[in-house]
Write a protein that binds this ligand. Structure first.
Ligand code: FE2
Ligand code: FE2
Length: 324
């Protein structure tokens, strides 16, 4: 039986940011909402714009301002198609994963600063001689809004205070080959921004009203960062191919297999994320719609990737200093 859309307005009656809102959506309807969200928030044009913004942000960093959030109107009724318990367990996982942003930004800064000081500044800001942060980077300033917003959302929906258990960010760990270290670290960062973007987009498909609007702010930030990291990475490593990417990922998997306690590999992160996000509680339909979201976003990324020609990237960022 097909449910009738409920009248909750954002764009037009019965619609929200993801299109028609259904009180008990079937999987096909959730997928329609995911496709609509992708068309709204992750287009090739939008990704081009977000990357073109990066040189401006190097010069005059300016955090994107959020739309005002009406916290008092957040209500459990705004979550549908997934149990509130599971949804809140996922929210708690995102809280644990978003923190500690300072640890993440400082590791990234250290990998970058030898080769790309402007990007190091964008992610990690400036530090004094003792390594203490004097001014935070733009990435940190934008990301640090996420944990409080998710905490408030969790509190409003569950009526409980979350008890976060943030894990320690893996510190800068040089191996003696800084170019490869940066490449591996960058892949990791792109993967986590992509994962976060897809997760918030997927959560928006199951929500409406002010709850959905909060998640939209997080989604816009994650898409922005994912795009900037990916595009900058294409400029910084023009010689990379899918083969090299597969090689680095395979190496990470083999390392993990040899040293099961090894932290910081993509495999380790993936394992930790599935535990954090309560994957075992997810119904099969939730797993399938999440995979659909991953696929929808990746398709746009691949289409956009074709526009990242060496000539375009050089026009944007100048000649690559490691190739002079
Ligand atoms: Fe985030
Ligand atoms: Fe992020």
């Amino acid at each position: 039986m097909t449910a009738t859309p409920v009248l909750l307005t954002v764009d037009s009656p019965g619609h929200d940011l993801a299109g028609p809102w259904w009180p008990a959506p079937a999987m096909a309807q959730v997928n329609q909402r995911i496709a609509a969200l992708t068309r709204r928030y992750v287009t090739v044009e939008h990704l081009c714009d977000r990357l073109a913004d990066l040189p401006r942000q190097f010069q005059t960093p300016q955090p994107r301002s959020w739309n005002r959030v009406n916290w008092g109107t957040i209500h459990p009724d705004q979550v549908t198609g997934i149990s509130l318990d599971t949804f809140c367990a996922i929210l708690l996982g995102t809280i644990n994963t978003e923190a500690p942003i300072r640890g993440y930004t400082q590791a990234s800064r250290q990998y970058l600063e030898q080769f790309y000081p402007q990007m190091a500044h964008f992610v990690g800001g400036t530090v004094n001689a003792d390594g203490q942060v004097v001014t935070p980077g733009l990435w940190e300033r934008e990301e640090k809004r996420h944990t409080p917003a998710l905490t408030m959302l969790y509190h409003r929906l569950s009526r409980k205070q979350p008890h976060p258990v943030p894990h320690a960010a893996r510190p800068y760990t040089p191996s003696g080959n800084p170019r490869t270290d940066l490449y591996r670290h960058g892949l990791h960062r792109i993967a986590t921004e992509y994962g976060a973007a897809c997760l918030y987009l997927w959560m928006m498909a199951y929500t409406t009203g002010p709850t959905q609007a909060v998640l939209a702010e997080l989604l816009i930030d994650e898409v922005n960062h994912m795009t900037k990291f990916w595009g900058f990475g294409r400029w910084a490593y023009p010689e990379t191919s899918l083969g090299m990417m597969a090689g680095v990922l395979t190496q990470a998997m083999v390392q993990k297999w040899r040293q099961p306690k090894l932290q910081g590999s993509l495999v380790h992160t993936l394992g930790r994320m599935t535990r954090e996000l309560a994957w075992s509680q997810w119904h099969i339909s939730h797993r399938l719609t999440f995979c659909y979201a991953l696929d929808q976003v990746m398709r746009v990324l691949w289409r956009w990737e074709r526009s990242l020609t060496p000539a375009y990237l050089t026009a944007l960022f100048g000649p690559n200093p490691t190739h002079l």
